[in-house]
Design a protein around this ligand. Sequence first.
Ligand code: ZN
Ligand code: ZN
Ligand code: FE
Length: 765
Amino acid sequence: MNNVKVHITGVVQGVGFRPFVYNLATSLNLKGWVKNTSAGVVIEADGEKDALDSFLQKLRDDAPPLSRIDDFHASFGPGNGFTQFDIIHSESVDGAFQPISPDVAICDDCLRELFDPNDRRYRYPFINCTNCGPRFTIIQDIPYDRPFTTMAGFPLCPDCEREYKDPTNRRFHAQPVACPVCGPKVWLETKDERGKKDGDEAIVEVQRLLTEGKIVAIKGLGGFHFACDATNAKAVTELRTRKLRVDKPFALMMPDIETIEQHCFVSEAEKELLTSSARPIVLLKKKPESTITEEASPRQDWLGVMLPYTPLHYLLFNNSLFTALVMTSGNLSEEPIATDNAEARERLATLADAFLMHDRDIHIRCEDSVVRVFEDNRKSSIENCKSIYPIRRSRGYSPFPVKLPFEVPQLLATGSELKNTFCITNGNYAFLSHHIGDMENYETLKSFEQGVEHFERLFRVKPVAIAHDMHPNYLATRYAFSRAERENLPMIAVQHHHAHIAACIAEHGLTEPVIGVSFDGTGYGDDGAIWGGEFLVADAKSYQRAAHLEYFPLPGGDAAIKKPARTALALLWSLGIEWDDSLDSVKEFCAEDQVTLRVQLEKKINTPMTSSMGRLFDAVSALAGVRQKVNYEGQAAIEFEAMADSAEAGQYVFGVESGRVRVGSAVEALIKDVMAGIPTSKISARFHNGLAEAARETVQKISSETSLRSVVLSGGVWQNITLLQKTISLLSKDGFEIYIHREVPTNDGGLSLGQAYIAASRLRG
Ligand code: ZN
Ligand code: ZN
Ligand code: FE
């Protein structure tokens, strides 16, 4: 008899790993045990040498689909004389940590049982098994075991307990396992006490309310959603009014791929993402014949669509009453999504007509993820799996770590102001948080602090330093300051665009310096100006600003984001182009306001200088007549992009000089086209074409001076797929190696990864 000791780390808990080990070991007639520890999975097995070899092989080859093995250690010794194979008690190892599985969409087996009248979980909204169900949002601590989850308050009934203890059962050691007898329940609350309904009746009533055009707050996996019928313009408009959300697209949920295909164009790669166990919202091109109300996604040519991912969602779509539901975050405007019942009742009272509640607590709030497919046509189809281009990385992905190329100290990076995520590191891992949101109010800051605390506990991190953005007034930066002071920790300030580029460097494990092109909205520059059209020569430690978009004044600073017309006039003023009354942007201002603005610009009153590409897009979109005011950041630019005529080959020529990209000639040509009545679709295309060419020329210039051949594209403006496509195609013709984000967002949602990586690299020396 021989014995083998195995230690496995990676995502190996909450994904059916111990049952898999148990079944594999018993099928090979091995004796011994398997257990979870807070450091991973540990196995000891006695058996014949051949059987043990085959065991080790199969552990790796046949591991459960949701698992990810990062490290695998096996050592042989003499047999221990075990007489049977057991799953033994989990053990907490001091200081040890390991990745935790994200929440997983309902699996096919559970879905079948959900609609099987003979199954004891028929129509039970919390059906789950080892292969599916909540994870991250219910875990309070590690190791991942029921007492450390929000399922602790639901003792198993005898039937569930039998399944939980039966190694041949799909629910063997499935921590959230439950049934109608012992598990969580749903109920409906309305303003009228008499409207209260329980269980299945509640679900049927919600369906009825939705068909009537009502707005229902529905408690889900990571928080509440507001739901309403997406084909009902009145309902959707009402939801906008109540939520104080103008124009910003709403996420949609559709029952199946066939329905999605009625409303949107869906490629193979998009289908794969839609049906993946993460079930993100995927941005899809809308079909002209779609019956989804325009109000769901005003003036945009795409829809954000996801498939149902919880049993409850499937029950809501049962009986084909809806082709699509709006499923948007249950919050007011930019506040964090509501997660517990009392909080929802209080905060959402005036927003929803009814509440579909349940009593399984959400330990950590986690909003839906948003992704799109960006297929890089230079690469062969085998790399199709890498077609994901994340916009918001949250439910289904977080807290799945990004693996770093080297071991790093324990760090906290506090991220950005908008679209905040934070990042903590331990070992070889960077744990990027779920989407926190825009850090502009107390509620969001509180959510951020709770998140940090939770991540530090889960992953056993006590930071030795804190990385933060250079902007002194970001709430995330201020948190870093006060925490560093309290705990006497060193702080590492990171320039915003360097962090963007470093996030992409970290993702791809690049070790040599790169030419980083960071086209972005807003970032604090090391000269105090607002940067955002940056060409950096950078590595993971430092950067040099090799070139940038020429500066122009931003009257009112970041407040200009809301008024592209203002930015447009400031741009014209700085380029010495007159304010022609026939331009829509000029018409926005009465004569008096024009004088005031001119004085403000001339006297430089509250007019920081900017090289922001996002603001340049705002300005030209306004000049092209797209819109003069916006209701959310980037709206003008997004609508401008949507108009671009893909067949148009013309372009506006930028002035590429050493260290500067001048915009005067391009803006002049654009205005000439506007005044000549050239269609906006052509103007948009010409601007995009010209800008891509300017990026190419600037990169070439830097490359000829530095001999660097790798180009990293990162920053929020690269969410503009038209610009991304054109720039990549030009740069790749010149033979550059191009890197874009595939794991974290190119916008500020990915920033904290870059901050953490830079801090780690600097501490490493
Ligand atoms: Zn399942
Ligand atoms: Zn039960
Ligand atoms: Fe940014």
